[in-house]
Write a protein that binds this ligand. Structure first.
Ligand SMILES: [Zn+2]
Length: 310
């Protein structure tokens, strides 16, 4: 069964200023690496559609969606948050980024792909029900999860988030929604300074101290994520795949390597094989060192194919 790779040209036209780390070159670096590694040839490529308004409204307030549309500038940058701005192409990119998750869910649910990776930006996991922040506008992974729940009538979707930053937006949207299990590892204390004191039963947060390495990360995953996912028996596993916990990424201070991403991806695929007919949907979040990002995405996708391939 095939692996879907979903992206869109519009995602390279969203830009927040010349020195902003969440830059168009991230997608180019990933694409180049996939071509160089030979992986690109085995993936099934899809253009991301734009998410429809009704799909966004499953996880965002209508007034907020209107606000993002109205903020879209004809020229220059419109800042929605201290580090989050729209250029004239951002709205289109954000709609395709969320739409990628919707298509990814359709492909794995309809059996056209076993796993799907969405190479999109802007990222989504900081976007709350009614707030843009941390480079995010619409919560892509949440839009995909809500689509799986509503369109396919799933009762249990697991979302795991190994970005170095806590997925506060995803938590905000699904907190106390028993149809969704949200598992997150993140550096703490650190931006956005949430997640360490969440009391909701469907949220499994694993804060990691500054300078934590792959061994600490894996221990957190094995002790906290895996038992929770196994007990939850998800019908679909979704991943907020941020690669900014990589040791070479200056955005934060964790010390993960490519093989840690490969390892966690395998563990999640095993859970998906056990409970979800193998269905995995992964969407890009952070990752700002271009080389480390590209290498990490490559091993992440390669791990979908199984242990013997790396
Ligand atoms: Zn991040």
């Amino acid at each position: 069964m095939s692996i879907a790779y979903i992206s869109h040209y519009a995602c390279t036209r969203h830009e927040m200023g010349a020195h902003h780390p969440e830059q168009p070159a991230r997608l180019g670096a990933i694409n180049d690496r996939l071509i160089a590694s030979g992986l690109e040839m085995v993936l099934h490529h899809y253009d991301a559609p734009q998410a429809e308004r009704e799909q966004l409204l499953r996880v965002h307030d209508p007034e907020y969606v209107d606000r993002v549309f109205e903020a879209s500038p004809a020229e220059g940058l419109a800042w929605l948050d201290g580090d989050t701005a729209m250029n004239p192409h951002t709205l289109e990119a954000a709609l395709h980024a969320a739409g990628a998750a919707v298509l990814a869910v359709d492909l794995v649910m309809e059996g056209k792909a076993k796993q799907a990776f969405c190479a999109v930006r802007p990222p989504g996991h900081h976007a709350e029900r009614a707030r843009a922040m941390g480079f995010c506008f619409f919560n892509n992974v949440a839009v995909g999860a809500a689509h799986a729940l509503e369109k396919y009538g799933l009762e249990r979707v697991a979302i795991v988030d190994f970005d170095v930053h806590h997925g506060n937006g995803t938590e905000d949207i699904f907190k106390d929604d028993e149809r969704v299990l949200f598992c997150s590892t993140f550096q703490h204390p650190f931006y956005p300074n949430s997640g360490h004191d969440t009391g909701a039963p469907n949220i499994v947060n694993v804060p990691l101290p500054s300078r934590a390495d792959g061994a600490t990360f894996r221990q957190g995953v094995l002790e906290h994520w895996m038992p929770a996912i196994d007990a939850f028996r998800p019908q679909l596993v979704m991943i907020s795949a941020g690669f900014d916990a990589h040791i070479e990424d200056d955005m934060a201070h964790l010390k993960l390597h490519e093989f840690d991403y490969s390892w966690v991806t395998r563990r999640l695929c095993e859970m998906a094989d056990k409970h979800a007919e193998g269905r995995v949907v992964s969407t890009l979040e952070g990752g700002y060192n271009l080389s480390a990002l590209a290498r990490s995405v490559a091993v992440h996708i390669k791990a979908f194919m199984g242990d013997h391939h790396h």
